[in-house]
Write a protein that binds this ligand. Structure first.
Ligand code: ADP
Ligand code: DP6
Ligand code: CO
Length: 394
């Protein structure tokens, strides 16, 4: 246990805290389905793009103290149960890797073996809708892994992208939420499915850093910020059990697409990138429909409230999801070559990718034309946190 100069009573008083922020990532070749539920090993590889941490991210503070009698966690200000296997696996993995920690200034000394008996309090906030298909679990578990491993090793290098460290972190974050391992890097990231039983080769690797394709602009249209009815974890479990399309997708389609997507990214070939991105999103949602009972993540009746984040700008518009797909498809067909890509995760919110600012501006104009902003009253109630307008819309 921690040792303080003034005896045991004093030692109960210390609290060690650390805070980190991690961005979300949006998959352009989707992960959907696990071959191992405990270790979180996927049925296929996936590729994503990591967003700017200042745009969509999770911020997590972890505190450890001998006066805490159990692990507790607050998500967006509300206490949640940590009994779920994913939090326990994540914390167990971290404790297993804990090292001796010394804070000489405050007289704190924690031995490697003491971590098992110490409890944590975790507080995390997402600056975007949670469990609404914008990969909050990715930002959340990348952040939890990052901050906790940092704290129980007290070594600043753990926060940097030192190769060995990120491999370790990959495995910790992945065991919280599969998509989280991709949030440990910026830019374009591949999560290799790996084939070892212990999961040691199922890790994220950076394909290209954030400066590689700087012209790309990503717009996020928050159609509905309500929590989805079927979590990604449950949804993909049901797809694995019942969808034959998923078997074909994971064994035949995705391996081919991963190669094509890597090539499109390396060459900054937007038309190929856009075609693959849209096709993969559509196939993923087809797998959801092919699941029994079917899962509808893109449900257009509940999708009237659209909040559009354009880099640092935030605009509120109304719209329906199929209309957004229709708008992009018609535009791409009219031009004869893809101008804009769309992709939807397990939720109704649209992620639109434009090749440059000029096209992004046009896209924004069109979005605002087709989905004009809500009235002042609606906006006020939204800003004041009254979500009844969202419920009504559904
Ligand atoms: P999403 O599409 O937002 O990733 P998921 O169904 O995959 O939705 O995961 C949502 C779950 O992820 C939440 O119910 C919660 O358990 C977990 N989660 C979300 N944000 C955080 C966070 N910041 N820290 C820890 N866990 C989080
Ligand atoms: C549609 O990583 O949230 O966003 O591993 O069960 O936590 P768990 O699932 P999660 O699934 C993400 C699915 C997806 C596609 C993707 O991000 O690749
Ligand atoms: Co998720």
């Amino acid at each position: 246990m921690a040792h303080k100069k003034n005896g045991e009573k004093e030692s109960k008083k210390w609290v060690l805290m650390a805070t980190a922020r991690s961005p979300t990532n949006i998959a352009v070749i989707k992960y959907w389905g696990k071959r191992d539920e405990t270790l979180i090993l996927p049925v296929n590889g996936s590729i994503s793009v990591t967003l700017e941490p200042s745009h969509l991210s999770a911020t997590t503070t972890v505190a450890v103290s001998p006066s805490f009698d159990r692990d507790r966690m607050w998500l967006n200000g509300k206490e949640i149960l940590l009994s779920g296997g994913r939090y326990q696996s994540c914390l167990r993995e971290i404790r297993r890797r804990a090292e001796d920690v010394k804070d000489e200034e405050r007289g704190i000394c924690i031995k490697r073996e003491d971590w098992e008996g110490l409890h944590v309090h975790i507080a995390s906030f997402n600056n975007f809708p949670t469990a609404a298909g914008l990969a909050s679990s990715a930002a959340g578990f990348a952040c939890l892994g990052n901050v906790t491993l940092f704290m129980c090793s007290f070594c600043p290098c753990k926060l940097m992208n030192v190769k060995e460290e990120t491999t370790e972190l990959s495995s910790i974050a992945r065991q919280g939420s599969g998509s989280a391992c991709r949030s440990l890097y910026g830019g374009f990231v591949k999560w290799a499915m790996g084939n070892k039983e212990d999961g040691s080769d199922s890790i994220a690797v950076q394909l290209a850093n954030e400066t590689h394709w700087e012209d790309l602009v990503i717009l996020i249209a928050v159609v509905c910020s309500r929590q989805k009815e079927t979590s990604s974890t449950t949804g993909m479990r049901e797809s694995v059990e019942t969808s034959s399309l998923l078997q074909y997708r994971s064994q035949v389609v995705v391996p081919r697409r991963l190669i094509q997507m890597e090539e499109a990214i390396q060459k900054r070939d937007f038309p190929s990138f856009a075609k693959l991105t849209c096709a993969d999103s559509n196939q993923f949602h087809s797998v959801c429909l092919d699941t029994s009972p079917p899962i509808f993540y893109m449900n257009d009746t509940s999708h009237r409230h659209v909040q559009l984040c354009f880099l640092i700008y935030c605009i509120y518009v109304h719209g329906e999801i199929r209309l957004i797909i229709g708008l992009v498809e018609r535009w791409n067909q009219f031009e004869g070559t893809p101008q804009v890509a769309y992709t939807y995760d397990a939720g109704p919110n649209a992620v639109l990718i434009a090749p440059n600012r000029k096209v992004a501006r046009l896209l924004l104009q069109r979005m605002l034309f087709y989905f004009p902003p809500p009235s002042e009253k609606e906006l006020d109630s939204y800003v004041l946190g009254d979500t009844s307008i969202l419920q009504e819309a559904g």
